[in-house]
Design a protein around this ligand. Structure first.
Ligand code: CUA
Length: 327
């Protein structure tokens, strides 16, 4: 039945989506059949010249009937809302060992970047059976990242980072589509996800053209974008040093303490006035969201991570629940 409406599912946790979709389709078909049948029946029965009572006013004030159908349909509507709203294809908790891939959307292509620094255009290679988290942003207008086989669709919005994670279960290639009208070539903003066996993914990854690692790109940006002008030890500007900060708790000016993880570093670049470090003035320019792409922020984060810290790199997406609620 599901195959009738959608392609075969190729990632974990898609069963609930297909059940919901099938149920809604069946319900819609039943309603169309009911209404259509009544139209036909009444058209024939009350056609011109047919011998039926037309002047008898039916008992329209059947109160029980009115109340009954209103309650039933309202209940059905609320039930569908509850079912659909409570249902998520993946929950919000991204697994800590997820492979983090950055996705940049622009008119009209998808650019992806792997932790190794490897880049792809309109393509995404991922290992089977391993959670993958996408951090997505747009360079221009709103796009929507859509992989029907994974039952995933997420808006990709300029100036914001959308997160999506999935665990592919079947090897093969699956279409990526853009599901938000974004201009002339919207319909051609297509790509392909290739799910490979983990060994083959490792081979593929190693065979990619010698790309600079993210951290190396980040080091270059750190100088090119002027970060080093203030954050370097020798600088005369009073800015927090970044050596060893990664993975450590940071005391903020307003008394809170946060963990310097990937999200904190990203937010501090994009919104430097929000979490000001205790003992420092909020003097960092606030326009880096216009200057840096998401990929560049990922590179800078990788560089700061490499400057040392209290946690191993693979703990990078861990954050304590207490801190999550605190923010
Ligand atoms: Cu991008 Cu439609």
């Amino acid at each position: 039945m599901d195959r009738l409406f959608s392609p075969g599912a190729a990632s974990a946790n898609t069963g609930g989506f297909d059940t919901l979709f099938t149920a809604l389709s069946i319900l819609s078909i039943l309603i169309v059949l009911l209404v259509g049948t009544l139209i036909v029946v009444f058209s024939v029965r009350f056609r011109k010249g047919s011998d039926v009572p037309r002047h008898r006013v039916p008992a329209l004030h059947a109160r029980e009937f009115e109340i009954g159908w209103t309650i039933v349909t309202a209940f059905v509507a609320v039930f569908i809302f509850w079912w659909a709203a409570g249902y998520r294809i993946t929950d919000d908790k991204v697994p800590a060992d997820a492979l983090e891939i950055h996705v940049e959307a622009k008119q009209w292509m998808w650019k992806t970047q792997h932790p190794s620094g490897a880049r792809e255009i309109n393509a995404l290679h991922v290992p089977r059976g391993h959670p993958v988290v996408l951090r997505m942003s747009s360079q221009d207008v709103i796009h929507s990242f859509y992989v029907p086989a994974f039952r995933l669709k997420q808006d990709v919005v300029p100036g914001r980072i959308s997160t999506l994670w999935f665990e592919p279960t079947e090897t093969g290639t699956y279409p990526i589509e853009c599901a938000e009208y974004c201009g002339t070539d919207h319909a051609r903003m297509l790509g392909e996800v290739t799910v490979m066996e983990p060994e083959l993914y490792a081979e593929w990854s190693a065979a990619q053209p010698e790309a600079d690692t993210l951290a190396r790109q980040g080091a270059a940006l750190f100088t090119a974008q002027g970060c080093s002008g203030c954050h370097a030890a020798a600088s005369s500007v009073h800015a927090p040093p970044l050596e060893g900060v990664y993975g450590r708790p940071v005391a903020l000016a307003d008394g809170r303490t946060v963990l310097a993880d990937e999200a904190y570093i990203r937010d501090s670049i994009l919104m430097p006035r929000r979490d000001v470090v205790a003992g420092y003035e909020p003097i960092m320019p606030t326009n880096f969201d216009e200057i840096l792409s998401l990929g560049e922020i990922a590179a800078l984060t990788a560089y700061i991570r490499e400057l040392g810290g209290g946690l191993p790199p693979d703990a990078r997406v861990l954050r304590s629940p207490a801190m999550e609620t605190e923010r």
